[in-house]
Design a protein around this ligand. Structure first.
Ligand SMILES: [Zn+2]
Ligand SMILES: [Zn+2]
Length: 436
């Protein structure tokens, strides 16, 4: 990773007082250098011992122990395995929340790393391999590093920082339970601590190590899980006129949704994706069954568009079913709202990212149709979420195994880069707020 010490110096000479008090990149660099061996050790240990969403007991114990070693008093067991601790700075200033997610995925690791996961677990009735295939092991290590660096200068630190170690970002291991961020908030995470801003990051295979990606405004999609149940009337497969075929109705509704998006939604304004991942019905080739169920995901970037698409989907389902003499029930559960970076906060943060990564390495991302429940925090207070490149030099990020792949391979330089970026962003924010 390149550090722009000249850039930082120019910034100090030219800047207005609020910026001049921002933490110099040199201090961040020193803190990150000191922490780097520890970051790697934490991350490798977590990588070898991944835990599924809601089951991050060992991870949470390590986190809580480390936070206590820093002199903090972590709250544990929030939303099951969540951990949070508040660091009070010695000077008045703003309050912020920094979040890391802790959970791994039901993926059997194929990286061949010496510290690759051998862990297996039961996941929704199946025995599966467990792997940190999304890199949340790195997120935990990075946030522990940031906590350590901020705690070391607590007397001179303005404001306060809540470190949030969240379970189940990928969803709970048990079907039907809520995702971790919402659960933590529902359990009163912010009852006694109201942050002025929330920050989060993700290591990202789609970017080269050293690069940092972000986008002001919507960055990641809202993810809804939908299920459609079509009820018809069972009959012999040779005599469809005696019954009502729910399979044809389900197929018509599904195609109707695709026409609706293409013909009724202004996709030049904001993209919409509606996918069915399961279509289940029947037991035998010559029986028209009673019922068909479709299950899928809806991705949107604008809360109003989301509402509109769901209303149209519901109308299509009801009307198509009615036309065939069947009935249809649509259920939609929101797993994560869209992750929207506060535009003013994004503008404020960009110079901090440039300070640590170099201006040419800070890239504006296109919309990503994946989702993240960091949005639950960013929906309450201005939030900023960014991506940290994790694909090693010499490998094309476009060809590299993506996050969630069994061959997802994190270049560990991303640990220092992620810590430097988060530390610079958050300390600059706190110092700027204190100076006002
Ligand atoms: Zn993921
Ligand atoms: Zn993830």
């Amino acid at each position: 990773m390149k550090y722009r010490s000249m850039g930082a110096l120019a910034c100090l000479l030219l800047a207005v007082p609020a910026v001049a008090q921002a933490q110099p990149a040199g201090e961040v660099r020193a803190a990150v250098q000191a922490a780097t061996p520890q970051l790697q050790a934490w991350r490798r240990d977590l990588h070898q011992h991944p835990e599924l969403g809601g089951e991050e007991r060992r991870t949470a114990d390590i986190v809580a122990r480390q936070l206590r070693a820093l002199g903090l008093q972590p709250r544990t067991g929030i939303a099951g395995t969540g951990v949070a601790a508040v660091l009070k700075g010695g000077r008045p200033g703003p309050k912020i929340l920094i979040r890391a997610d802790m959970d791994a995925l039901p993926v059997r690791e194929e990286t061949g790393l010496p510290y690759a996961s051998q862990v297996t677990a039961s996941y929704r009735g199946q025995q599966v391999g467990v792997m940190h295939a999304c890199g949340h092991d790195a997120h935990v290590a990075i946030l522990l590093g940031v906590a350590q660096a901020l705690a070391a200068r607590r007397d001179s630190l303005p404001g306060g920082v809540m470190f949030v170690f969240q379970p189940a970002e990928e969803g709970p291991a048990v079907a039907g339970a809520d995702f971790g961020a919402k659960l933590m908030l529902d359990e009163g995470l912010l009852r006694d601590f109201q942050p002025d801003a929330a920050f989060g990051l993700h290591v990202w295979a789609g970017l080269q190590v050293g690069q940092i990606g972000y986008k002001a405004g919507p960055l990641l999609a809202s993810a809804d899980e939908w299920s459609l149940t079509v009820t018809g009337k069972q009959t012999h497969g040779s005599r469809p006129w005696d019954g009502v075929d729910p399979i044809t109705v389900g197929a018509q509704v599904l195609l109707g949704t695709q026409s609706m998006i293409a013909r009724q939604i202004n996709i030049a304004q904001t993209p919409v994706v509606l996918t069915a991942g399961q279509f289940n019905s029947g037991v035998r080739f010559n029986i028209i069954p009673d019922q068909a169920t479709l299950v899928g995901t809806l991705r949107t970037f604008d809360p109003k568009v989301r509402e509109d698409v769901i209303a149209r989907f519901d109308r299509i389902a009801t009307d198509y079913a009615h036309a065939a003499g069947a009935s249809a029930v649509l259920k939609v559960i929101n797993n994560a709202p869209a992750t929207i970076n506060d535009p003013a906060l994004s503008a404020k943060v960009r110079p901090s990212l440039e300070k640590v990564a170099g201006a040419d390495k800070v890239v504006e991302m296109p919309l990503q149709t994946i989702a993240e429940d960091f949005s639950q925090f960013a929906n309450r207070v201005p939030g900023f979420y960014f991506l940290v490149g994790s694909t090693g030099v010499g490998i094309d990020p476009a060809q590299a195994p993506a996050n969630h792949s069994p061959r997802f391979l994190l270049d560990e330089a991303a640990l220092a880069n992620g810590m430097a970026a988060m530390l610079q962003v958050t300390t600059d924010y706190l110092e700027a707020g204190a100076a006002r």
